[in-house]
Structures are given as structure tokens and as C-alpha cells.
Ligand binder design. Sequence first.
Ligand code: APR
Length: 248
Amino acid sequence: MSALETARGWLQQARRLCVLTGAGMSAESGVPTFRDALGGLWARYDPQQLATEAGFRADPQLVWDWYAARREGVARAEPNAGHRALADWQARHPGRLSLVTQNVDDLHQRAGSSDVICLHGALFANRWLDACRHLPAGAEAEDTRRAEPGRPPRCGVCGNLVRPGVVWFGEALPGQALQAAEDAAGDCDLMLVVGTAGAVYPAAGLPALARQAQARVVIINPAPSELDGLAHLVIRAKAAEALPPLLA
Ligand code: APR
């Protein structure tokens, strides 16, 4: 029996499915994986330098422009057959799928997936860099509508900068999202790990939680990943190739 047929059998038996996706999920939509940077004029920069608070404070315009370029790339991209297969399965099986993503693009959401657990924030979200005493009372750090336009936008009174609402290296993940992801990993019977190198924690620790909870773990990735040793099954394929037949 093929790996795909085995995984399909496990899916039929599963009560609850948890799916963890990484940058490879969006590769067939033409969105460069994080480490691919953006090529072109960005090729000379190290994403690990740009995607940090220190990098942003050191050169706010450079980092802001890098995110603006990534936003333009994602806006031009379309969800692929893998994104759609996940959204369709979720719609056919209400309440049985928890989708956890490390990606900051909005392709799962644009494909129709709901309640997506976004561990690393959202590319199109903004928030204030520092606490701003000029914020209207009670306004959220995410409410940057008042900012003066710019690269980056900033507070017209004190110059507080607006930053992308993503999790940068060295920053804590949003607590609620991480808790929801850990709950989903611990409660599922089957975890699909799609398109991630499994190199960045705590996201990469979720498959181990699923295994501890006696769930089966299936990896979908055209290349080896750091999580392969943890998987019951590895499907050496691309997300948009494997997910539609698996979830049909
Ligand atoms: N289908 C499935 N997987 C793919 C595909 C594809 N078409 N193309 C590439 N991949 C796999 C690669 O083999 C690799 O294992 O996707 C993975 C991409 O790895 P990374 O670029 O390291 O992305 P990811 O694992 O999501 O990184 C995790 O680290 O870079 C930070 O915050 C960033 O969320 C990111 C996190």
C-alpha cells in the first residue's frame, strides 16, 4: 500500500486532525520560503537580521520596505490546491480539523480555512513598536489607524514607529495561539506536518506533543526535515500534489 493510501486509512479512522504548516505550504503559490528571502535586491540581506526588533530599530525603512515587498508578493499570490484541499476538508468535517500555521501569509484564510492558529503573527497586521502614550485610552497596540503615513508609518506626536504584526526572531509567540496549538496537538489522533523544515521552536515541538498523545504523525515534504525521525510516515511530495488526493 502506498504511503498516501496508508495515510488516507489513518485519516478515515481519525476523530480529530491537527495540521501544522510551514513555508513549503505556500511554495507552489509562488511565495518564497522564508530562507529564500526575496531574491533580487533583497538577496544580499539576511532575513534573520531583518526579521528582528534590533534590525528594525537599526534601519526601520529597510525592514519596513522588505515587509512591503513581501506583502506585495503575497497579495499577488493565490492559494494553491493544497490550501484549498485543507479548507474543503474542514468545511466537510466541522469541528474535526485544527489548522496551525507558522506562515504569516494569508493564503489559508483566502482559501477558506477558518480559525487558523497563526503562531508567528500575520504579515498584513501592524502594531505600534513601543507603548504609545498618545494612543487613545484603551486602544490596542494593533490599532495604528492614527499613524501618519510613512516608511514606516509613525505617531505624529512622539514619532513612535509602526511595525509589522509578525513574530520576530527572539520574540515570544502569541500566548493564546501557542496554547491553542499545544491543545490541538495534544488532542488529535492524526497530525499532518506539511512544508516545514522543523527547525524553529516552539512550533517544531508540536509533533512531539502529538506523538506523546498517541497520535500518528505524517510528514508531507519533498525533502528531508528535522522532524522525519518523529514521523510514523513520510510522504515525499509537494503539498499541492499530496493534500488533494489525501483529503479528497
Ligand atoms: N511542498 C511541501 N514542502 C515544501 C515545498 C512544497 N512544495 N517546497 C519546499 N518545501 C519544504 C522544504 O523542504 C522545507 O522543509 O518546506 C520547508 C521550508 O522550510 P523553511 O523555509 O525553513 O520554512 P519553515 O520551516 O516554515 O520555517 C519556520 O522559521 O523562518 C522562520 O518564522 C519563520 O515561520 C518560519 C519558521
